[in-house]
Unconditional design. Sequence first.
Lengths: 324, 513
Amino acid sequence: MRAGLRRFGGLAGMVAIVLFFAVSLPDTFLTARNLLNVTQQVSMLAVVAATMTVVMVMGDFDLSVGSMASLAGVVAAMLFVAGWSIPAALAGALAVGLLGGLFNGVMVSLVGILPFVATLATLTVFSGAAFLISDGRTIFGRDIPEAFGAFARGGPQVATVDDRALLLPNLTLVALAVILVVWVVLEQTTYGRRLYAIGGNREAAVLAGVPVRALRLSAFAFTGVGAAVAGLMYASRVASANPTQGDGLMLTAIAAVFLGMTLTRDGQPRVLATMAGVLTLGVLDNGLTQMRVDSYLREVLVGAIILAAVGLSAMGRRGLRGRG
Amino acid sequence: MSGAAGRTGEAPVLHLEGLSRRFGQVQALDRVSLTLRGGEVHALMGENGAGKSTLIRLMAGLDRPDAGRMALDGAALPPGAPAAMRAAGLRFIHQELHAVRGLSVAENMHLDHPYPRRAGLVHWRALNRAAAEALARLGVTDLDVRRPMTDLGTGQQMIARIAATLIDDAGAGDRPAWLYVMDEPTAALTGEEAERLFEVIGGLTARGAGVLYVSHRMPEVLRLAQRVTVLRDGRHISTLPLAETGQERIIREMTGRDLSALFPERGPDPRGAPVLEARGLSAPGLHGIDVTLRSGEILGVAGLAGAGRGALLRALMGTLPRTGTVTLAGAPLGRTPAQAWRQGLAYIPRERRSEGLMLRRAITETVSLPHLARLSRAGLWLSPRRQREIAERLGRDVRLKAASVAQACEELSGGNQQKVLFARALAGRPRVLLLDEPTRGVDVGAKFDLYRLIRGLAAEGVAVLLASSDLPEVLGLADRVLILHEGRLAGERETAGMTEADLLAAIYGARAA
Ligand SMILES: Nc1ncnc2c1ncn2[C@@H]1O[C@H](COP(=O)(O)OP(=O)(O)OP(=O)(O)O)[C@@H](O)[C@H]1O
Ligand SMILES: [Mg+2]
């Protein structure tokens, strides 16, 4: 009962936010164009948050995703400068993401450093590396191939509204693909269920012969690659790359996972719930921007809403345990 | 069906040869050799810390021996490889209950083997069906396997763990399951549930499978096993056919001493004035209970699983919210555990690992935690030396076997972890002891000492509330017994002259009524 109420409360809160903007911005908010726009705005966050969910189901974190996103963008841009083709440069950047993720995994699972500490350190390492290879400059203009920037602006047309084509943004499609992959991996494979087992009771997993180290190591590859994908999406969207452009992603992604956890039964991270968190944050940002709320005030508001949601859910949970 | 081992004619044989394992100063296993065959129940006995679970962890591939080898029908098995041991047809029920939060019963039952798959993805229906079928073999048909495991009571969780080993999942080229290793499987079960386990064990051995069975409950071992191996201090003492070995001999080989009785003699009736009085006590799972506990009295609490034994103690202790009036020596009893400890209640919870111990911390810290305010100077400063002395003294009283009191609780054997909780309960000189399955996993010799300790405390005027599914324990210790049924008081009897059959009849009678 109570659990249902608590989850329902979370959903109700999200619906309330949407309603609030729908009423306050009657002409612009609930339009197909704006909603598609929201999905594009949150697509990078969605990718990072989805892959963050993979490590968070084990009770781990990856703080290095933001700087990995920047690094991947910079790497791709530098490879463009060096004359690589688009596919080759993208592959190079994704490989950097994979290696960085595996490196995190080795530090956490084989060396045994707390994820918080290990990924805090690699955050600095990746960020420093991004500055080193880019010389601290923004790479833009002629150095970035036309088609790379065009990708983010394009997408299949779904309708024509007011004589203008309404596109389903390519970035949204990429995000959907990543979400689908993560959902299948976490919810429909033994591998993913083992990750949940590690998070639910590490000792039980060990006793059952689950190869905890190997699984933890490999899971960090997801966050590394996810961050690199997001970094490339960002670079495509702004048709440029600089060594700080992914910085904001990490905290927001973790916040989205936490928001999602308030919606699930017994408070576990689940990727679809994470997406509800991502959309909530995206809608908030979009609506408040349209209402011309000052950007600093916006940050205060978003932070307060996260605290309220997670706090209320924690209180609901305590009530549950008291009954238990 | 698993357990069809005799397929190739001869029963399989697992040889353990000269296995040794050392932890720091402790030689947990010292060149132990053992031969296990299909078709029989082989009991593994030994005091707490004798090395039984260590041996089992080596067999499961969870840990590597320092020396020695394992071989199945002559072929060597690799050490430290859980998957290889599964493929060799070995199945394990480890000592402690381990439920994975957030996963369903069916998923928890598939922790140590791959989920059924279709096109590479989890085949949920097959998964749930396999779990439900395995449970049905233990007579459990009314359990929704999609529920979260942590919603279940301890007994049912244990049943699910046991059922998990019965799921037939041998992969291609693997040996079908033929050896079931059970480390104290009945410790969390009621009599009824245990009976079902024994039936299944009978079925398994009849089909040619073997069972390695660890338990501190003598009657079970005498009834089930054909052969018994005794370990002491990590060394193999003997392996004998049970038919030629009496209970006395087993106990002597385990403990190195003679134990004529399992329970200490009763002195004169120590019961005095009422100490703890509850009127109309209700809590989740508990409805309007009236109890009076007198000083010096040992009051047993019996009932079926889910009858509310644990809830009664937890409601008194304040870990469950309660209504009704409860007084301690006339004064109202506080509603939080902190107040209860301060007023002189002491509690041994049923789940030692999740409810009592600080597993990663030193023994001393668990022992003194509830008493810090009282033990420390001005409520602020407790000298580590004083803390250590207290833990050492109490550790001796409860026959704790540990390298030192600075050792982390998670490194102790299961029975010794239980003794740490006993020490914790006694550290505050309690007026009322609330015991929930207090000797779970404690060896016979140490049990006797704990019983004597409880008796001694009662003789000094401490009142004891003893919830236990071990009926001989209730009868052997308690002066009076409460029978609970579905959260209500269904009866109250003096134990003098009562037999186990009488008590069972009273418990089941409560259900019929
Ligand atoms: N990880 C560890 N670190 C240090 N010591 C350990 C560790 N595991 C076991 N030991 C020690 O090895 C000895 C044997 O422990 P084991 O758990 O095998 O006993 P047991 O026979 O299963 O006892 P019980 O009946 O209480 O379960 C004990 O002295 C224990 O403290
Ligand atoms: Mg043990």
